[in-house]
Design a protein around this ligand. Structure first.
Ligand code: PLP
Length: 401
């Protein structure tokens, strides 16, 4: 018999198997479940029909027929691929129109679309600061902000989560740096709480620092017109650099930066992730424009969602499941239920899956060790009966203490 293990030659990549074994032993291994249906509140996952509380499709637009048909129509006219960077092969009309609509929506002079929100953060931060500059970054900022800070070669000062007073102390004295940038998520992706944007905006103003606010999870959700938390707090004129994504509430793919015209012109000239990367297919812009039209025409998607989030948070608290961010300025649709160890979070997630509910366990490095959690992400498309099923399942399973 041929036994492959006997014939294996040592390879310089063998460390991969050792490291993966260790990850799995620490309950930190990750694997992908196969989804055999469109994104939505009910999906088919690894052959099981489940109610999903896992997606960032907060407004339920990812599978809306208007997006698919807009993509199809745009693809029929413009073809599929963009063929090169927008600086090389031409800035296609659908993307240009989307940028104009984003700028009008956010009431900024201009906007620029990137291939992803990840690319938008890395590309923007590295274009704004470099050696001799300093970035102040919240400790729970998204990985794309962290990576942008690291790549920029600027000095990075990580401040305690949401702690504007700590930052005020640091910003008081002139730092001797050429430029200073404060960067924060507005609605934090894993904690579901919000940044003290008002304080950060006045600190930025007082210290002459630039301020970049990443609205990835707030775009489409917060504010009367749905542009984000900046709008909800009335801070439009105090935030210089507004970043959002087309891939969460807007149901598609891509990221964007909005602000003054010179900001966009600078990024077109200096941002490596824009210059050296192929543009998104024009059809993606077509779909995003259809999503924006729905955000304008159907404000109930965000108001119903906000109302449901508030009520679910209150009911979870009654069950003894304390979520982060219940008393925040915005009771958000991201509801993290802290379990503690990675093992406890996995066990809770498995117990829910046995009951037909998919609520992912979030573990390090996405969150700090000891704060592993279930992350409940609500969507406009979750109806009352789905929420009742989640609540009764959570009442049944052992709540980690
Ligand atoms: C998801 C996310 C991003 C990245 O956006 P993509 O479009 O998914 O690449 C950036 N910032 C934050 C805060 C996010 O949550």
């Amino acid at each position: 018999m041929f036994d492959p293990s006997e014939h294996r030659v040592a390879s310089p990549l063998d460390w991969l198997d050792d490291e993966l074994d260790q990850l799995r032993a620490a309950q930190l291994g990750r694997s992908r479940r196969l989804r055999a249906s469109a994104a939505g509140p009910e999906i088919r996952l690894d052959g099981q029909q489940v109610i999903s509380f896992a997606s960032n499709d907060y407004l339920g637009l990812a599978s809306h027929p208007n997006l698919a048909s807009a993509a199809r129509q745009t693809a029929e006219r413009f073809g599929w691929g963009a063929a090169a960077s927008p600086l090389v092969a031409g800035h296609d009309e659908p993307t240009a129109a989307l940028e104009a609509e984003l700028a009008a929506w956010l009431d900024t002079e201009a906007a620029l679309v990137f291939g992803s929100g990840y690319a938008a953060n890395v590309s923007t931060i590295t274009a704004l600061v470099g050696r001799g500059d300093v970035v102040y970054s919240d400790e729970t900022n998204h990985a794309s902000i962290i990576d942008g800070c690291r790549l920029s070669r600027a000095q990075v000062v990580v401040y305690p989560h949401g702690n504007a007073a700590w930052l005020a102390d640091r910003l008081e004295a002139p730092s001797g740096h050429r430029r200073r940038l404060i960067v924060t998520d507005s609605l934090f992706s894993m904690d579901g709480d919000v940044a003290p944007l008002e304080s950060l905006a006045s600190l930025a103003q007082a210290s002459g620092s630039m301020l970049l606010v990443d609205e990835a999870h707030a775009t489409g959700v917060c504010g009367a017109r749905g542009t984000g938390l900046i709008e909800a707090l009335g801070l439009e004129h105090l935030v210089d650099i507004r970043l959002g994504t087309l891939s969460k509430s807007l149901g598609g793919v891509g990221g964007f930066v909005a602000g003054r015209r010179s900001l966009v012109e600078w990024l077109v000239n200096r941002s490596r992730g824009y210059i050296f990367s192929t543009a998104l297919p024009p059809a993606c812009a077509g779909a995003s424009r259809a999503a924006l039209a729905l955000v304008h025409a159907e404000p109930q998607r965000r108001t119903v969602l906000a109302d449901r989030a508030r009520r679910l948070r209150a009911r979870l608290a009654k069950l003894g499941w304390l979520a982060i961010g219940n008393d925040a300025a915005w009771a958000s649709q991201i509801i993290p239920l802290i379990c503690g160890s990675a093992e406890a979070a996995l066990a809770a997630s498995r117990a829910l899956l046995e009951r037909g509910l998919y609520v992912p366990a979030i573990r390090p490095p996405s969150v700090a060790p000891g704060s592993s959690r279930l992350r409940v992400a609500l969507s406009y498309l979750h109806d009352e009966s789905m929420i009742e099923r989640l609540l009764s399942a959570l009442a049944e399973i052992d709540r980690p203490t």
